[in-house]
Design a protein around this ligand. Structure first.
Ligand SMILES: *[C@@H]1O[C@H](CO)[C@@H](O)[C@H](O)[C@H]1NC(C)=O
Ligand SMILES: *[C@@H]1O[C@H](CO)[C@@H](O)[C@H](O)[C@H]1NC(C)=O
Ligand SMILES: *[C@@H]1O[C@H](CO)[C@@H](O)[C@H](O)[C@H]1NC(C)=O
Ligand SMILES: *[C@@H]1O[C@H](CO)[C@@H](O)[C@H](O)[C@H]1NC(C)=O
Ligand SMILES: *[C@@H]1O[C@H](CO)[C@@H](O)[C@H](O)[C@H]1NC(C)=O
Length: 674
């Protein structure tokens, strides 16, 4: 990907020529947003022309900085992220407040440039819980029909390839646009996009492929580990509600209109000669975009605060669900107060691109399967598989009983070993992670009463006042608020009394030279579960393996880490560069939330007039935060967030394994379970 200044410079030249050209013809400037309004597929440069046509409104800029800065007082990790400890000190070193001071003083050519700087500043945390997303700039997504994969050759060398299944994916998903790419291919390749599938990629835009991979790793955010961020460049699969889906990867899908085209030098399968190709990126409308036909309706329909952008006083207004839900990487499910979430966020919605039929498992899904959880028995008759794409992939109770029923069904069918495939699992219900841990390993000191991690919340002055107001004025009789003492237990698992300000006294610490304060240690919150767990272990921990591509976040991390570090369960990361350590999960958190939810706490506590309270947000933005942070297992005094999670096995991807779940499960069985 070209550095930012590159394409902006190119664009401003090009944009001026374009506008002048048209103005000569039409005698007036064409509305740049009318060009893309009402269209499904457009050129990325036309999306940029629309985005870049709005000047920065100083009041809006101040509002965004004010909301984000003040909401960060509720994010647990601000000071840790100034410099994370080893092994992540090279990966996480972002001082947000220094950058906000810089942004505040910087003059931007357009509101879009301000957005990119703001978004990338937050992304440098490499923490998918703490993000800035503005729906105004998620109108269209950029696509190429050639997702890439990293394959290991027979001699152990690794090369970037166009995915073997690329054409099968693209010809179905992009049926209405594929001819544009077919026609863009040069000379004898014209119309032969299919023959590119599986090709080795020798260069991307004139450079070695890993230069692009690594440049993307620096701006993609989401995960601490460099290896995981490298892997985000490539395509992958995930279990979604009712089927397996295909994730295009950051090369073939960009959430901003960053690139216009790509030049590749490729060697096609069974060819000795090289081909040089240029393919255009094409921007497809985000289904969540509200239709518009000009600049005025674009801004009015997509860029101003909507229901759920800001919170409400729940004692005087109807509770609306937070607008952040749209960006959580989990299927939408109603969440009640007893079902706290820990989930990664992203500007792009969860993929609904189909994994091609030849790569879908053909074995029947077994009893207990629900939404994004599916049970399969492998051909060996002894290896059961749970493919789990989300920890909130269905209604809580459905999921709770489904997980138990599915594992029991596998056992009844003779399964003695278990693979849990959590590829691209972005988290979900915290207590579902605890439940799955508990039912697999049975009752023991590491699963009863605490099958997850103890946590702590940030303990700033406004948070303390919220708790005190709830107590003094009895503002939350239904226990809807996060700060209500009755919702939490102390380190011994004893529920706080209704009048106990659990943020007092704060635990004062210094982190990276900054004074900080946290709550006392909070204990488990999930047990007793609302269903009865089995009396004994369902599987022997030495016969359980957790498999993913490293993209296992939030509640998925809570599950994987406790299973690995406490139960000795082995972990596998499929794919990734062989000389880079592969982490089996990332971003642990403890509980995630967002600005709108915090604003509801503040408003209901009647503290909106505090100078510490963020104002209402004026734009269609969403800010995620980590509200509670889990304590470590190896180093129990420090957060688990930046402790090491190396995979037991890094399974190299070959053409027969890549994006083929059943083949991967067989390979894992052969390596670790035979
Ligand atoms: C490449 O050659 C092998 C061996 O002849 C053949 O089996 C395979 O189908 C060929 N692949 C393609 C994409 O042409
Ligand atoms: C503008 O878009 C709206 C839908 O948002 C549509 O109903 C209307 O006809 C469009 N107007 C023009 C002039 O295209
Ligand atoms: C933009 O579109 C809306 C809806 O079609 C229309 O009412 C309005 O006049 C248009 N504005 C401009 C500046 O063209
Ligand atoms: C699955 O459930 C159905 C209906 O409840 C039952 O007939 C079937 O035997 C069950 N299959 C297994 C493998 O338990
Ligand atoms: C905030 O408003 C409340 C009344 O709702 C008032 O009692 C309080 O003094 C105000 N606080 C500040 C800081 O203005």
């Amino acid at each position: 990907m070209a550095p930012l200044h590159h394409f902006l410079a190119l664009f401003s030249v090009f944009g001026a020529v374009c506008v002048n050209g048209i103005s000569e013809v039409q005698g007036s400037k064409r509305d740049p947003c009318a060009v893309i309004g009402g269209k499904k597929w457009v050129a990325p440069k036309d999306v940029r022309a629309c985005f870049s046509s709005f000047k920065v409104d100083p009041a809006i800029k101040r509002n965004i900085l004010d909301v984000v800065s003040k909401t960060l007082a509720f994010h647990t990790s601000v000071n840790y992220q100034i410099r994370a400890p080893e092994p992540f000190s090279k990966d996480v070193h972002e001082d947000l407040f220094k950058d906000f001071a810089r942004i505040s003083k910087t003059n931007y050519a357009s509101d879009y440039d301000l957005h990119i700087d703001m978004s990338r500043t937050l992304k440098r945390l490499n923490d998918g819980h703490c993000v800035w997303i503005n729906a105004c700039y998620a109108l269209f997504f950029n696509f190429l029909p050639i997702p890439l994969v990293l394959l290991t050759e027979k001699d152990g060398s690794q090369n970037v390839h166009i995915a073997p299944e690329a054409f099968e994916v693209a010809s179905v998903e992009f049926a209405d646009e594929i001819s544009v790419w077919q026609d863009a291919l040069p000379g004898p390749l014209k119309g032969k996009l299919e023959t590119l599938s599986g090709a080795k990629v020798l260069s991307i835009n004139g450079k070695r492929p890993f230069e692009s991979v690594n440049a993307n790793a620096l701006i993609t955010g989401s995960f601490q580990a460099f290896g995981t961020r490298q892997n985000l460049f490539f395509s992958s699969y995930a279990r979604s509600t009712s089927k397996f889906v295909y994730s295009m990867g950051n090369f073939a899908q960009q959430s901003l209109p960053l690139s216009d085209s790509v030049n590749l030098v490729i060697q096609r399968v069974n060819h000795t000669t090289l081909d040089r190709i240029t393919l255009p990126y094409r921007s497809r409308i985000n289904p969540a975009t509200v239709p518009f036909n000009n600049s005025t309706t674009y801004r009015a329909n997509n860029c101003v605060a909507v229901d759920g952008t800001n919170g409400v006083d729940i004692n005087t207004e109807a509770l609306v669900s937070s607008a952040a839900g749209r960006f959580q990487q989990t299927p939408p499910v109603p969440v009640t107060k007893k079902q706290r979430l820990n989930v990664i966020m992203d500007a792009a919605p969860l993929s609904d691109v189909d994994l091609p039929p030849v790569l879908q498992p053909t074995a029947p899904v077994l009893n207990g399967s629900f939404g994004s959880g599916a049970f399969f028995m492998q051909k060996d008759g002894k290896t059961g598989v749970l493919a789990l794409g989300s920890f909130s992939g269905a209604d809580f109770l459905v999921m709770q009983s489904g997980l138990l029923q599915g594992l029991m069904t596998l056992k009844q069918m003779g399964a003695t070993q278990l693979i849990v495939d959590v590829t691209n699992n972005g988290g979900g219900f915290i207590c579902m992670a605890h439940w799955l841990h508990r039912i697999i390993v049975g009752p023991k000191s590491t699963s009863v009463p605490q099958a997850g991690l103890d946590t702590k919340a940030r303990d700033g002055p406004l948070a303390r006042q919220i708790v005190q107001q709830i107590i003094d004025k009895n503002l939350d009789p239904q226990q809807n608020l996060l700060y209500n003492p009755l919702n939490w237990n102390d380190a011994n698992g004893v529920q706080f009394a209704a009048a106990d300000n659990w943020l007092l006294p704060p635990v004062n610490v210094h982190i990276n030279g900054h004074a900080d304060a946290f709550s006392q240690r909070l204990g488990q919150e999930c047990q007793p579960f609302s269903a009865t767990p089995p009396e004994t272990a369902l599987f022997d921990s030495s016969k359980v393996v957790i498999v993913s591509n490293g993209r296992c976040a939030s509640s998925c991390s809570l599950f994987s880490i406790t299973m690995d570090k406490e139960e000795g369960v082995r972990t596998v990361v499929v794919g990734g560069k062989a000389d880079i350590k592969q982490q089996y999960c990332g971003i642990v958190g403890g509980q995630s939330t967002d600005f709108s939810t915090i604003d509801t706490e503040i408003k209901t506590a009647q503290l909106k007039n505090s100078s510490l309270a963020p104002p209402d947000m004026l734009v269609n933005g969403v800010q995620g935060i980590t509200w509670r942070l889990g304590f470590g297992i190896d180093d129990t005094a420090e957060p688990e967030e930046w402790q090491d999670h190396p995979a037991t096995l890094n399974l190299p991807l070959t053409p027969d394994l890549v994006n083929n779940p059943v083949a991967i499960w067989d390979a894992v069985t052969a390596r670790l379970l035979s």
